[in-house]
Design a protein around this ligand. Structure first.
Ligand code: MTE
Length: 300
């Protein structure tokens, strides 16, 4: 990562990735108490209590490392995340292969405490560190006519043993409509709980779209392409009758094999944490207008 200067970090009363804080000699010399970096949460944050780091990094879906919930924590350590670069191509003014440090340069990192709702009907609350995807797209210049953003995960079967099996046509892919990608709630996360992303959570950079089911939040991204046609997505390719392009959290539209009306909050303790699922995962005031006039049962 590039070395931060105090002018980068001091005006921002935020949690920043510890690695970014610690790489600068000045930062080391000043040795800020890490807790001091915690400050007012973003206006986009929920006030729900975050899950613990152990829960967030111990119960994952990351099929590149196996299909069990504990597989990613057990096996993602094999992934090399430095150096890391991301190809940005398609309908952009400045296509290229961007080193991660260059990609995040000038993007304001912010803590965003988001509700996270998995399609399998469990949920968590995660304190992400990230920046708006819109900031990056504006920097590379989206060309007129672009309508969608397609994203891809790394393919490296030597480190991601799950990719030796072809049950998914690798790379894992996801996509958003351009207006969804530009929405201020849509972030690229590089950390959580004030530190770098655990590898099992999609290090070094992953998408987070809090009003959509968790599978839209693609991990370990190496390619971002602007297109004028709706991109392929992994879950839609695997099972089109169950997983559509939009995948908005919607308690009124059941998954063909189970209800989506309620969810189990991981770690909720005594009672099993069962709670009603909210329309757009509780982000309805912010995002409902994106889908005005659309039949959400047909566009699932
Ligand atoms: N990204 C990649 N590359 N591979 C995956 O298997 N799983 C998705 C999503 N992103 C997945 C992925 C699914 S199904 C979920 S629920 C979330 O990651 C889980 O994110 P978390 O493990 O950080 O909670």
């Amino acid at each position: 990562m590039r070395h931060l200067t105090w002018s980068d970090v001091t005006p921002k009363p935020l949690w920043l990735n510890r690695r970014q804080l610690m790489t600068g000699a000045a930062a080391l010399a000043a040795a800020p108490a890490f807790a001091d970096m915690k400050a007012a949460p973003s206006k986009y944050s929920t006030d729900a209590t975050p899950n613990t780091l152990e829960e967030i990094s111990g119960y994952n879906n990351f099929y590149e490392f196996g299909t069990g919930k504990e597989d990613p924590a057990a096996y993602a350590g094999a992934l090399t995340v430095d150096p890391w670069s991301v190809v940005i191509d398609g309908m952009v003014d400045k296509p290229g292969t961007y080193d991660l440090a260059d990609l995040v340069k000038d993007q304001p990192l912010e803590e965003r405490i988001y509700r996270f709702r998995c399609v399998e009907a469990w949920s968590m609350v995660v304190p992400w560190i990230g920046f708006q995807l819109s900031g990056l797209l504006n920097r590379v210049g989206v060309q007129p006519g672009a309508k969608f953003v397609a994203l891809e995960t790394l393919v490296r079967p030597e480190e991601m043993f799950g990719q030796e099996s072809a049950f998914v046509e690798w790379p894992y892919r996801e996509g958003l409509r351009l207006d969804e990608a530009m929405h201020p709630l849509t972030i690229l996360a590089t950390g959580l709980y004030g530190d770098d992303l655990p590898k099992q959570n999609g290090a070094p950079i992953r998408l987070v779209v809090p009003w959509k089911y968790g599978f839209k939040s693609i991990k370990s991204i190496v390619r971002i392409s602007l297109t004028d046609t709706m991109p392929l997505t992994t879950w839609n390719m695997l099972q089109p009758s169950e997983y559509g392009f939009y995948s908005n959290v919607n308690p009124l539209v059941d998954h063909p094999r189970w209800s989506q009306a309620s969810e189990r909050r991981i770690g909720a303790g005594l009672f099993d944490g069962r709670q009603d699922t909210l329309m757009f995962n509780g982000y309805e005031p912010e995002v409902a207008s994106l889908y005005a006039g659309m039949d959400l049962a047909a566009n699932y």
